[in-house]
Write a protein that binds this ligand. Structure first.
Ligand code: ZN
Length: 339
């Protein structure tokens, strides 16, 4: 069972994943299903969904119509309750998949299947396998038991050792076109301003499917207002940091990233950075408060903070440090720029 309880439904199928399932089903009918599959997904594009559907394909009772979606095996897979499906994710108190988990998986895959057919293992996100766990996986990849389907779902497969990657057939899941994502979201979640949600979250419909559009809109507006105020030295960075740390921080950091990206784009369009490159680090007065290097630097740090949020860290202090770099008074005091 995945750590995240809110799992997008298997039906209706996302249209952008349909061709992948069709290709896998054809390979399965021809007896050419690979033993190891690396599902390289764009974040939020549906790697886990595809792995679950492929598990149905391998375990379905109806060989010709697999994955039928309605037989007992398919329904058990959908509920993560099939005895021949092993789903491996980081334990709740961890950011990594540990070696013991991989050893358990390998031992389970080596046993005869309960249903007399395939055994399926899913490792997700596989880019959280630590070094020892990835090495432990190698043996299974080198000599997979027959009728095994092992799937690694990763959005950053470059974090995996080349020895692991070279033993997997790669399947690339690209982000869907906006229109496809919107129609699928309307079908699984009903009416809502999904376009605005995707504007905030990026082309990540699986993430959007777990979001509340009204809440995303509210946080997005509130976050933007705070950032503009901070940039104008019109609000207290300490209070703002404490507020963010307490409420919807991952979402707020995404909004922060979007806000910085917009500024970079706007500056590029206006040609503001060209003068700035020549005159750096001396910038025109208020309004062009951050130079492009600062903006990119901040963007990196916001991303970094988002990536380590589940580590024990003082979120308020980390945010406050970022916020202080937005405030013009702080910058001139620290000598970064001159008004
Ligand atoms: Zn079935």
């Amino acid at each position: 069972m995945p750590a995240n309880e809110a799992v997008p439904p298997l039906d209706p199928p996302p249209p952008w994943l349909g061709r992948h399932i069709a290709a896998l089903a054809a390979a399965h009918r021809a007896g050419r299903l690979p033993a190891a599959l690396l599902i390289h997904e764009a974040p939020g594009a549906g790697g886990d969904w595809l792995a679950r559907r492929a598990a149905q394909l391998a375990l379905c009772a109806d060989d010709m119509a697999a994955p039928c979606g309605s037989c007992t095996a398919c329904r058990r897979v959908a509920a993560f309750q099939h005895p021949d499906l092993m789903w491996v994710s980081p334990a709740e108190d961890s950011r990594q998949i540990r070696i013991e988990q991989v050893r358990d998986l390998a031992a389970e895959l080596a046993l005869t299947s309960h249903g007399g057919g395939y055994k399926v293992g899913v490792i997700t996100p596989a880019d959280t396998l630590n070094r020892f766990a990835a090495n432990a996986l190698l043996k299974t990849l080198e000599e997979p038991p027959s009728r095994t389907l092992l799937m690694l779902v990763a959005s950053q497969p470059s974090r995996l050792p080349p020895t692991v990657l070279s033993r997997c057939q790669r399947l690339r899941v690209s982000p869907p076109a906006r229109g496809e994502a919107l129609s699928w979201l309307a079908a699984v979640r009903g009416a809502g301003d999904w376009n605005a949600v995707l504007d905030v979250l990026g082309e990540a419909p699986m993430l959007a499917a777990q979001a509340d559009p009204a809440e995303v809109a509210e946080i997005s507006t509130d976050t933007r207002r705070t950032l503009e105020a901070l940039a104008d030295a019109g609000t207290d960075p300490v209070a703002a940091a404490e507020h963010w740390a307490r409420s919807q921080l991952p979402l707020r950091l995404m909004c922060f990233e979007n806000w910085l990206t917009e500024r970079i784009r706007r500056g590029e369009r206006a040609g503001a950075f060209i003068t700035e490159l020549r005159a750096a680090p001396y910038l025109p007065g208020r309004g062009a408060f951050l130079n492009i290097r600062e903006l990119y630097g901040l963007l990196d740090e916001v991303r970094e903070l988002r990536a380590i949020l589940d580590l024990p860290l003082n979120r308020s202090l980390a945010l406050e440090a970022l916020f202080r770099r937005l405030a013009p008074a702080e910058q001139s005091r620290s000598g970064v720029r001159h008004g």
